[in-house]
Ligand binder design. Structure first.
Ligand SMILES: NC(=O)c1ccc[n+]([C@@H]2O[C@H](COP(=O)([O-])OP(=O)(O)OC[C@H]3O[C@@H](n4cnc5c(N)ncnc54)[C@H](OP(=O)(O)O)[C@@H]3O)[C@@H](O)[C@H]2O)c1
Length: 275
């Protein structure tokens, strides 16, 4: 633990009440980090914070809907007040959908996804920046390999993740002189049940593509958390995870060279799922 880059470092994790955010909280707590855990489900966060303290870290639980600007401001303020500094912000909170765009009962669903996955990350980053400038800190953004592919049925989700990409790619040179790094992580399938909570055409959680993932190799949340922790500490610019055995870094090239092929693959996948 004494050599850990996170020892006595203040880290804010959004979406820490389950899945990857929860696993990352345990990973960093084991490395002696001081954690601020944000999400809507306070009961989960409180239990996770207790486990983090047992593992050797400090932790506070902050109930926060990151679709709300003032709640993002409060999350960051509470982290700064608790520990006197912020060294790393992990923009992890996310929701997703599985529905044809034309089947949506209300297209406002796309905006709801943008508000959590994109605007929420932007707000948290805005309020954290003064603290990250002082600490010459780090930002990690949890994106998806899906946004590098063609993803019919998942339009709002991939749009929100691609917006993150454009935003943080452009922000990076604005803040590099302040010593702040931005690590974009394009994750493949991680075994958290995320794909089984996809919002359907009525905006309700549905089993989504979860039944189709039985045959797909998924990374565990713990391995995903270790990958996020290591690459963020190393201030990597981009991290591409493999998708079903294919090296992730090849997929953007494949889309450039063979867009029609990827469109057909995406369409077949969507139709096989029953959409
Ligand atoms: N699992 C995968 O295969 C996969 C692949 C690529 C990328 N990702 C990305 O990984 C991230 C984490 O997903 P996961 O797999 O760990 O799924 P998860 O267990 O469903 O985690 C999502 C987290 O986001 C939080 N969240 C959702 N809406 C929120 C809101 N309005 N305000 C604050 N927090 C909110 C949830 O907490 P509350 O419900 O308590 O608010 C939860 O803690 C997401 O950004 C996702 O896009 C996942």
């Amino acid at each position: 633990m004494t050599n850990s880059p996170y020892l006595n470092q203040s880290v804010v994790i959004t979406g820490a009440s389950s899945g990857i955010g929860e696993a990352l909280a345990y990973e960093l707590a084991g490395q002696g980090a001081w954690l601020t855990l944000g999400a809507r489900r306070l009961d989960n966060l409180t239990t996770i914070a207790e486990k983090c303290r047992v593992l050797g870290g400090k932790a506070i639980a902050v109930q926060c809907d990151i679709a709300d600007q003032m709640q993002c401001a409060s999350l960051i303020q509470q982290a700064a007040e608790a520990y006197g500094r912020i060294d790393t912000l992990v923009n992890n909170a996310g929701i997703t959908m599985w529905a044809r765009f034309s089947d949506l009962q209300d297209p406002v669903l796309i905006n709801q996804i943008m508000q959590v996955n994109f605007t929420g990350a932007v707000y948290c980053t805005y309020y954290a920046l003064p603290h990250l400038k002082q600490s010459r800190g780090r930002i990690a953004c949890i994106s998806s390999m899906g946004e590098k592919l063609v993803a019919p049925g998942n339009t709002g989700y991939v749009a929100s993740k691609r917006a993150l990409d454009a935003f943080f790619e452009s922000l990076r040179p604005e803040i590099s002189d302040d010593g702040i790094s931005v690590t974009m992580l394009y994750l493949g399938f991680i075994d958290t049940g995320f794909a089984g909570r996809m919002l359907d055409s009525a905006g309700q959680p549905s089993s989504g593509i979860q039944p189709m993932l039985k045959r797909v190799k998924q990374m565990s949340a713990e391995d995903g958390a270790r990958l996020i922790a290591r690459t963020t500490a190393d201030r990597k610019r981009q991290v591409f995870m493999p998708v079903n055995g294919l090296p992730g870094v090849l997929l953007p090239w494949l889309k450039l060279i063979m867009p029609g092929y990827l469109e057909r693959m995406g369409k077949q996948f969507m139709e096989r799922s029953g959409l």
